[in-house]
Each structure stands twice: as structure tokens, then as C-alpha cells.
Ligand binder design. Structure first.
Ligand SMILES: [Zn+2]
Length: 253
């Protein structure tokens, strides 16, 4: 996407959220910064070798975007609004580029970006994005994965504005978590502890089976199953991430 489009989206969001002028400037600057100072990422060459190169903008790694969203959220909780909007700008640059279909080998891509640059970000998309936002890292991640490359310039601009607004509102959402969270967190925590208990039981069982049958092949199965039981606990990891999103350690105030 052209710089004109990136900054137009930033201004549209800033206007709706009522950012002061200096923060709007920082938000616009962040929104074009990845083109000036590129991020690095692990990439794979045609021959299958991996190397460190410029992070791609049209198929950006979700991790790169999430890292900036987290950085923005932490800065926001610390009261460093300047750094927060600068970082969220960088994250949104990738989200916006991801909305543009590059075509085969970049063919038609430049013409499409020219067409997009003529379009203003629709206010309806800003409002819809802010309206659908949930203040959580899981929501930001869902938005990033929902973004699809669009061939139609209007659709690309609409989606870029919609998801940028939603992510902005999620990161700059309420700094305090709602009271209900603490019950959910405790429940997830108890569930997770039970998983540790069943993992320990699996370990003991596999050791017992291996000893009784004198078959050491059974021995590694226990730890593998135990790791799987503890790892596969999405409710727990979601709650833990959510707690961190509000600056809480171990789910406590
Ligand atoms: Zn770019």
C-alpha cells in the first residue's frame, strides 16, 4: 500500500478515537516506518535455504505483527502513549499491506495500489472496527488471521480500515480488566493444575508398565503423553495471555 493510504487510515482512526495532534503524527509516522526501517524475519530461499532478510509486507508473519501489538499494549499500560501509537502504527502497516492482492509475481500490483490511493478510508469501516473490538490478544490474533488479500481496491481499503480500527481499539482498550476475569482465570488455573496431576499419573503409569513388562519401549511414551496433556490446554494459555494483556502477573492485581 502507498504511504498516502497508510497515513489516511491512521488519520481516520485517530479522528474517531480523538487522539491529540502529536500522537496522531506519531501514529502516522509509525504507519509508514516499516518501509523506511524494515523488520527482519527468517525467510526461505527458492533452493530451500533459510536466511534472515527483510520481513515480507504482503504475507507478513503473524508473529511480527503480534510483537508490535504487544509492545504497543505494554507501552500504553505504562502510560507511554507516544511509544504505544508508534508501535501500533508499525503493526497496522503490515495488516494494511496484507489486504492488497499482489497478483502473479507482482503483476497488476502497482496499478492496484494506485487505485487504492485514490480512495478515502470509509468511516463506516472505522466505526464497524471499533464496534467489534474486544480487548484481548486473542482478538488481535484473530483479526490478523482473518485478513485476506483483496483484488478489488474498494474491498482492500475497506478491510484495511476495518481491521486496523478493530486492532487499534483492542490495543488501546480499557487498561483495567473486568472483575469477572478473576473467576475465569482461577477456573482455568485449577483445570491446568489437574492436568499436571494427570500428567504425573501418566508418567508413573508408563514407568510401572515398563517395569512390569520389562519393556523399556513403553518408557518414553509416558513423558510424551504427559507433555501433550499439559501443552494442550488452550483455556489456560488464553487466560494467561489475557492476564498479561492487562499487565497482571499470575492473574493477580
Ligand atoms: Zn509496506
Amino acid at each position: 500500500m502507498k504511504w498516502k493510504s497508510h497515513t489516511a487510515i491512521a488519520r481516520a482512526i485517530s479522528g474517531e478515537m480523538g487522539l491529540p495532534e502529536d500522537l496522531e503524527r506519531a501514529f502516522c509516522a509509525g504507519s509508514i516506518e516499516p518501509d523506511k526501517r524494515p523488520d527482519l524475519a527468517f525467510r526461505t530461499s527458492r533452493s530451500g535455504r533459510s536466511y534472515i532478510g527483510r520481513a515480507p509486507h504482503h504475507q507478513p508473519p503473524t508473529g511480527t505483527i503480534m510483537a508490535y501489538a504487544w509492545r504497543a499494549r505494554r507501552a500504553y499500560l505504562d502510560g507511554n502513549d507516544y511509544w504505544a501509537v508508534k508501535s501500533i502504527g508499525r503493526a497496522l502497516h503490515y495488516v494494511q499491506d496484507k489486504c492488497v492482492h499482489t497478483g502473479l509475481g507482482g503483476w497488476r500490483h502497482d496499478a492496484r495500489e494506485d487505485d487504492i490511493a485514490d480512495l478515502p478510508p470509509p468511516r463506516r469501516a472505522v466505526l464497524e472496527g471499533i464496534g467489534m473490538a474486544e480487548c484481548s490478544p486473542a482478538f488481535v490474533r484473530e483479526c490478523i488471521s482473518a485478513v485476506r488479500p483483496r483484488r478489488d481496491p474498494r474491498r482492500a481499503m475497506y478491510d484495511a480500515t476495518l481491521y486496523s480500527s478493530a486492532i487499534f481499539a483492542s490495543v488501546m482498550g480499557p487498561p483495567e480488566i473486568e472483575e469477572k476475569f478473576f473467576d475465569d482465570y482461577d477456573r482455568a488455573m485449577r483445570g491446568h493444575r489437574l492436568r499436571y496431576a494427570s500428567a504425573a499419573a501418566l508418567l508413573a503409569l508408563s514407568a510401572a508398565v515398563a517395569a512390569t513388562l520389562e519393556e523399556p519401549l513403553f518408557l518414553p511414551l509416558g513423558p510424551l503423553a504427559a507433555i501433550a496433556v499439559v501443552r494442550m490446554d488452550p483455556a489456560y494459555y488464553k487466560a494467561r495471555d489475557r492476564a498479561e494483556w492487562f499487565g497482571l502477573q499470575n492473574g493477580r492485581r
